[in-house]
Write a protein that binds this ligand. Structure first.
Ligand SMILES: Nc1nc2c(c(=O)[nH]1)N[C@H]1C(S)=C(S)[C@@H](COP(=O)(O)OP(=O)(O)OC[C@H]3O[C@@H](n4cnc5c(=O)[nH]c(N)nc54)[C@H](O)[C@@H]3O)O[C@H]1N2
Ligand SMILES: Nc1nc2c(c(=O)[nH]1)N[C@H]1C(S)=C(S)[C@@H](COP(=O)(O)OP(=O)(O)OC[C@H]3O[C@@H](n4cnc5c(=O)[nH]c(N)nc54)[C@H](O)[C@@H]3O)O[C@H]1N2
Ligand code: SF4
Ligand SMILES: [Mo]
Length: 729
């Protein structure tokens, strides 16, 4: 039997044909008729079978006793979790229980919806997520400039003639904040129609290799690049005269500010020469359909916040925002920003600050870089218990080793995770979800970030009534907590959650369709799309190319784009100081950046033999000149050390690296961190995040700095190394 499904592993959301015989998966292939992916899949799709069949995947709740684990019934586990969390909140206040929400949550509409209810009940200020180790700067820019944290422009790949990429490697990541399966084909199509792809990256990545132009850029210096591009646009009198001028404000402030950043001033610090910067700026102005797209590398650095803003500003003043072929906003059938605004949630910034370091809240969450200190620092509001949902912060967030130690000091921890991971192994209870093939799929978040407006819903491939979906576990836990509390709010929460548990998240989705822009409640001329209609189309429905939608889509009350929000203007002085103090200089130390691999997904999928086989992947890439300077050679074991830690890895020399920059993938080191995953534990690797100092971050937005960290590299046995080289010479 063949079942249509969608791969939930990354943002591309590729359509799948899953062939199965009863419970046995026979094959997983790309669906040639899928509305967006048209048959494309990457090697990870077939690993959905491995996930489904993995003997290490937990199939019932587990309770830890010291180092040993034993199964426990759902009823017992839920009761224990609810009462322990309740006791801790009663004794120490709501903030004593923290929540960390990881990346797979956004790939699961039902848990994303359930979390909004659960967070409301938990009511803690100590809420964290992978957002602050990822796209927070884009969301902050959406919030401050357009009035909604979920208004994130995506490149209109189908029509652009010039795509400038800063800090993204979509050929490997398959695109982020840009749902666009088959990036290779899409980038080649730009070239085939006479357009060009230009990449600014400290590594000549797979995407850079395919691009028409690649320039090395010094890690962390993108804000200077963007300011210099803007400088040129203004200095040459090339600011676009489009309609956006009538619904924006703050242009004069931007003009004044960029005057201080001529290309010549930033060339040395950025590693990009002034002529290149100037030519790039003019090319952007000369190309009617162009898009400047920045992603992870431009976010997770010391000036990530400024980058989020400057990327939008550059697109706006060159006339490339909200225009076909430029950076555009989506209008999906289930309109996430609008639905969130019905609930009064358009975002928020700096409404409160973290207790110890005073870093700002964003969207109701604190930066994950403060998680450890908020656990270890005594006082009111200290974190004493933690709930993790689909996250592995020990491997994925700064100072993982430090965090791992801090978790040992908690009074109670519960993890919703299919595995005993580096993080969940510290939990008292693990509550596992079903596999992705055992749940339905709707790309609630990624339809809102898709390069074309599409809509699609898939039912589960396998039905398994004994399993508890993440959403059910979350709502049951919230319900359990509410029932133990007293007062009007507790009664309301309890009532609301019991209705929601019965109604189900599919029911909420059905409602969202009704009120959505294509839904029956939106008038006669709409398509009257309902979930039922969508579910009848297993290949999905095309709703057409992205359409200009400003200023209507703005959420600011004055319906204007704010080009110059104050937090950004204030932060420019920090950038100025860094430039003046020589912080961008290469001073002997190396700068460490990350690297993704097509066959991996953050800290997971490492327990699939077919994905991890082959050459070791957790290697340190270094330019040969840097190796010669340090008398290091290819294939040698080295220590990489930083202000907070040291790891041992194998060195690989490669001229794809910018001199002075080294690269490591993150999410490895399962065995050292005590995970219980046979294949992952037998695979070589160490955790890059053991090196990342929590104080290396974007102080303005609070986003973690995961790229550009200063490190030292030394041979594992210096004396032996020296002996060898002396003998050779
Ligand atoms: N150094 C460095 N660090 C990084 C990055 C980097 O580039 N460099 N990237 C950052 C980014 S972009 C992100 S998004 C974060 C990711 O950070 P996290 O989200 O914390 O980490 P993941 O590795 O995605 O962990 C996902 C966990 O969820 C579990 N899981 C998978 N599916 C499900 C499910 O359906 N339900 C439940 N309950 N659990 C599930 C997996 O077993 C795994 O333990 O890492 C960040 N960390
Ligand atoms: N195969 C695979 N796919 C994935 C994931 C995965 O782990 N594996 N993770 C998923 C997740 S959670 C996310 S968020 C996306 C991320 O997807 P992308 O945003 O494409 O992220 P990366 O592939 O990490 O690419 C970041 C690039 O930034 C570069 N870089 C580092 N520092 C700097 C800098 O200071 N400036 C500039 N200009 N560039 C810099 C790096 O060299 C790298 O090429 O990928 C998703 N897709
Ligand atoms: S690119 Fe690969 S991992 Fe991403 S959705 Fe498609 S098949 Fe899945
Ligand atoms: Mo991410």
């Amino acid at each position: 039997m063949i079942h249509h499904h969608t791969c939930c592993l990354c943002e591309a959301n590729c359509g799948l044909l899953v062939e199965h015989d009863g419970e046995k998966v026979l094959s997983i292939r790309g669906n040639p008729d899928d509305v967006l992916s048209q048959g494309y899949i990457c090697p990870k799709a077939t690993a959905l079978q491995d996930l489904h069949e993995d003997p290490d995947r937990l199939r019932q709740p587990m309770r830890r006793d010291g180092d040993s684990w034993s199964p426990v019934s759902w009823e017992e586990a839920m009761e224990e979790a609810a009462s322990r969390l309740h006791q801790i909140q009663e004794a120490h206040g709501r903030d004593a229980v923290a929540l960390y929400v990881g990346n797979p949550t956004v790939h699961n509409y039902a848990s994303a919806l359930a979390l909004t209810f659960f967070r409301d009940v938990l009511n803690t200020r100590n809420a964290f997520s992978a957002t602050s180790a990822d796209q927070l700067p884009h969301m902050l820019a959406g919030f401050l400039m357009f009035g909604h944290q979920l208004l994130l422009p995506v490149p209109d790949l189908e029509r652009t003639d010039l795509l400038l990429i800063l800090g993204g490697n979509p050929l490997v990541s398959n695109g982020s904040i840009m749902t666009a399966p088959n990036m290779r084909r899409r980038l080649k199509q730009i070239q085939e129609r006479g357009g060009a792809v230009v990449v600014l990256d400290p590594r000549k990545t797979q995407t850079a290799a395919l691009a028409d132009e690649h320039h090395f850029v010094r890690p962390g210096s993108d804000a200077l690049v963007l300011l210099a591009l803007l400088h040129t646009v203004f200095a040459e009198g090339r600011v676009d005269e489009g309609a956006w001028r009538s619904f924006s404000k703050g242009l004069e402030q931007v003009e004044t500010l960029v005057q201080a950043f001529p290309p010549e001033r930033v060339a040395e610090a950025t590693g990009v020469d002034a002529g290149t910067l100037r030519a790039l700026a003019l090319r952007l102005c000369d190309t009617p359909r162009a898009a400047v797209y920045g992603r992870l590398g431009a976010c997770t650095q010391a000036f990530g916040g400024l980058n989020g803003w400057l990327l939008n500003v550059l697109n706006i003043v060159t006339g490339h925002l909200d225009r076909p072929g430029g950076m555009m906003l989506t209008q999906p059938a289930v309109d996430l920003p609008e639905a969130a605004s019905w609930l009064g949630q358009t975002g928020g910034f700096a409404r409160w600050h973290s207790r110890v370091r005073g870093l700002p809240e964003f969207g109701g969450e604190l930066p994950v870089s403060v998680l450890r200190e908020e656990m270890e620092t005594p006082g009111d509001g200290q974190i004493r218990a933690l709930i993790t949902h689909a996250g592995n912060p020990v491997l994925s967030t700064p100072n993982g080793e430090g965090l791992s130690k801090a978790l040992e000091g908690l009074d109670f921890m519960v993890s919703l995770d299919p595995y005993i991971t580096a993080t969940s192994r510290h939990a008292n209870l693990i509550l596992p979800p079903p596999s992705p093939l055992e749940r339905d799929h709707f790309a609630l978040v990624f339809h809102a970030l898709s390069v074309r407006n599409v809509v699609k819903y898939d039912g589960p491939v396998f039905a398994n009534p004994t399993l508890h979906m993440d959403w059910e576990t979350l709502l049951a836990l919230g319900h359990g907590l509410a029932r133990k509390r007293k007062g009007v709010k507790a009664i309301w929460d309890s009532l609301q959650l019991s209705v929601m548990r019965r109604f189900g998240m599919r029911g909420v989705l059905r409602l969202l369709f009704w009120g959505g822009r294509e839904g029956p409640l939106r008038g006669l001329f709409r398509r009257r799309l309902t979930l039922r209609k969508v579910a009848r189309e297993p290949n999905g429905i095309d709703l057409g190319p992205l359409q200009p939608c400003l200023p209507q889509r703005l959420f600011h009350r004055d319906k204007r784009v704010d080009l110059a929000p104050k937090p950004y203007l204030d932060d420019i002085s920090r950038l100025e100081r860094a430039l003046e103090d020589g912080e961008f200089d290469r001073s002997g130390s190396l700068q460490l950046i990350g690297r993704r691999h097509l066959r991996s997904n953050n800290s997971w999928l490492h327990n699939s033999s077919r994905l991890v086989k082959g050459k070791p992947r957790c290697t340190l890439l270094m330019h040969p000149d840097d190796a010669t300077e340090r008398r290091l050679s290819d294939g040698q074991r080295v220590f990489v050390s930083s202000s907070v830690g040291q790891i041992e890895v194998t060195l690989c020399l490669s001229d794809e690296m910018m001199p002075g920059v080294v690269s490591l993938p993150h999410g490895w080191g399962h065995r050292d961190k005590g995970a219980k995953m046979q294949v992952a534990n037998a695979t070589e690797g160490a955790s890059m995040n053991d090196l990342v100092d929590e104080s290396f971050l974007d102080e303005m937005s609070g986003n973690a700095g995961l790229n550009g960290l200063r490190v030292q590299v030394a041979p594992v046995a210096p004396s032996k190394q020296l002996e060898q080289s002396v003998t050779v010479s």
